[in-house]
Design a protein around this ligand. Structure first.
Ligand code: UD2
Ligand code: MN
Length: 374
C-alpha cells in the first residue's frame, strides 16, 4: 500500500515536473528564437548600413558612373529610401523663411581633392532630381533649369554644393538639365524657352531658376525662391571682384515666377553663340516695368568655374538685336520657339531634357533682315 502510494506520488511529481517545465522550455525556446530573430534583424540592418557606406566609399560607383547614372541597384535603393521617407503623411506647418540649418558662407573647394560624383545628401533624392522637406511644407516648388552641353564636371561640382544647400533651405526642388543636341552653335536663350515649355508639361512650379552650370553659390543665405519681380541672384561674382559690373546685368543665375517669364515672352531665340541674350532679357524686364530684385552682395556671392570662352555671336548682330528689343520681344521668344524634344530621361539627380534646336541661319545678314521686316 505504502509502496503503491509512493509510486503514485512519484508519478504525480514526474507529471508536475513535466507540466511545469513545458512553459519553461517553450519560454526558453521562444526567447532564444526571438534573440536569434533580433540578432538576424540587427545583422541585416548592419548589412544595409554597411552597403550604404560601401556605396558612398566605393571606387566602383564614383569612377565608373557615366553621365551620373549610378548603378541600377543604388538608384533603386535611393528611390526606395526616398519613397519610404515620403510615405509619412501628416499635416505640416509651412517651412521657415530662414531655416535654422543655414550655415552662411560655404567652404568651396573646386580642386580635384574633392570627389564630386557622390554625396551622402544624394541618398534621399528621388530619381529625376526631386526633393522636398519632410517635416514642414516647402514655401515654393522650384525648378532649377541648367542650360548644358559638354560641361559634365561643372554640373557635378554645381550639384555637389547646391543640393545640400537647397535641402538646408527646405525647398521643394527639382533639377532639369537641358542639353542642346549636336554640335551646332549654342543658343542659350532658345534652349531656356524650350526648357520652360517642356517643364510645364511635366510638373507645376512656383519658381524657375535659370542657372548657368558653372556658377557655384558661396552663401546659403541666398534663398532660391522667387520674388514677384525677377530676381538676379548672382550680383557678386569672383570674376567681377564681387561687385555688380552694370545695373542691367541678369546673367549667371536668374529666378522668375512662371507668369513673369510668360509676361516678358521668355528669352529671345535669335542669339546664336556667346553674348547678350541675358542683356536682351534685362531689356524685356525693363520694357515690362518689372524691376530687378537682388540679394545683398554679402550673400549673392558666386564663384564661376574657369573655362575657355566659346564661339561669339558677331558684335554687329548682338548690337543690332539689342537695339531692336522693344519692337521685337513680344514676337520673338517663348511664343515663337521652335525645337524638337529628342528625349526626356530621369537620372538619379536630374531630369535630362535633350532638345534639337536646328542650326543658326547660314547667312548672318538674314537675322538682321528678318528683324527689319518685323
Ligand atoms: C556670361 C553670363 C551668362 C550668359 C553669357 C552670354 C554671367 C555670370 N554669365 O557667361 O549667363 O548670359 O555670358 O551668353 O554673367 N553652356 C554649356 N555649354 C556650352 C556653352 C554654354 O553648357 O558649350 C551653358 C552653361 O550653363 C554656361 C552657360 O551656358 O554656364 C553660359 O555660357 P558661358 O559660361 O560660356 O558664358 P559666360 O561665362 O561668359
Ligand atoms: Mn561661364
Amino acid at each position: 500500500m505504502l509502496q503503491a502510494s509512493h509510486s503514485r506520488l512519484r508519478k504525480h511529481v514526474f507529471a508536475c515536473i513535466v507540466v511545469l517545465s513545458v512553459p519553461l522550455i517553450v519560454n526558453v525556446y521562444v526567447t532564444i528564437g526571438f534573440s536569434v530573430k533580433k540578432a538576424n534583424a540587427l545583422r541585416r540592418n548592419d548589412n544595409i548600413e554597411d552597403s550604404i557606406e560601401a556605396m558612398i566609399d566605393s571606387e566602383d560607383v564614383t569612377m565608373t558612373t557615366p553621365w551620373l547614372l549610378v548603378s541600377r541597384s543604388i538608384a533603386n535603393k535611393t528611390i526606395k529610401t526616398a519613397k519610404e521617407f515620403w510615405s509619412v503623411s501628416h499635416s505640416l506647418n509651412i517651412c521657415s523663411s530662414s531655416p535654422i540649418m543655414l550655415v552662411g558662407r560655404l567652404n568651396i573647394d573646386l580642386s580635384d581633392n574633392t570627389n564630386f560624383t557622390f554625396h551622402k545628401e544624394y541618398l534621399d533624392i528621388i530619381s529625376g532630381g526631386t526633393w522636398k522637406p519632410r517635416d514642414c511644407f516647402a514655401r515654393q516648388r522650384v525648378a532649377i533649369i541648367i542650360p548644358f552641353r559638354d560641361r559634365r564636371k561643372h554640373l557635378e561640382q554645381l550639384q555637389y554644393y547646391l543640393i545640400p544647400m537647397l535641402k538646408r533651405q527646405q525647398l521643394n526642388f527639382r533639377f532639369f538639365v537641358v542639353e542642346q543636341n549636336g554640335n551646332n552653335t549654342f543658343n542659350k536663350g532658345l534652349i531656356m524657352n524650350a526648357a520652360f515649355a517642356e517643364v510645364r508639361k511635366i510638373e507645376d512650379f512656383d519658381c524657375f531658376v535659370f542657372h548657368d552650370v558653372d556658377m557655384i553659390p558661396e552663401d546659403d543665405r541666398n534663398i532660391y525662391t522667387c520674388t514677384d519681380a525677377p530676381k538676379h541672384m548672382s550680383p557678386a561674382l569672383d570674376k567681377f571682384g564681387y561687385r555688380l559690373p552694370y545695373m542691367q546685368l541678369v546673367g549667371g543665375v536668374l529666378s522668375m515666377k512662371p507668369d513673369v517669364f510668360i509676361a516678358v515672352n521668355g528669352y529671345s531665340n535669335l542669339y546664336w553663340g556667346w553674348g547678350a541674350e541675358d542683356d536682351d532679357m534685362a531689356a524685356r524686364i525693363k520694357f515690362k516695368n518689372l524691376g530687378i530684385v537682388r540679394p545683398p552682395l554679402t550673400t549673392g556671392r558666386y564663384r564661376m568655374i574657369k573655362h575657355s570662352k566659346r564661339e561669339m555671336n558677331p558684335a554687329k548682330i548682338r548690337m543690332f538685336l539689342l537695339k531692336t528689343v522693344k519692337n521685337r520681344f513680344m514676337k520673338d521668344g517663348l511664343n515663337s520657339v521652335q525645337y524638337k524634344t529628342v528625349f526626356v530621361k530621369l537620372t538619379p539627380l536630374f531630369t535630362h531634357i535633350m532638345v534639337d534646336v536646328g542650326e543658326p541661319p547660314k547667312d548672318t545678314n538674314k537675322i538682321t533682315s528678318m528683324m527689319t521686316q518685323t
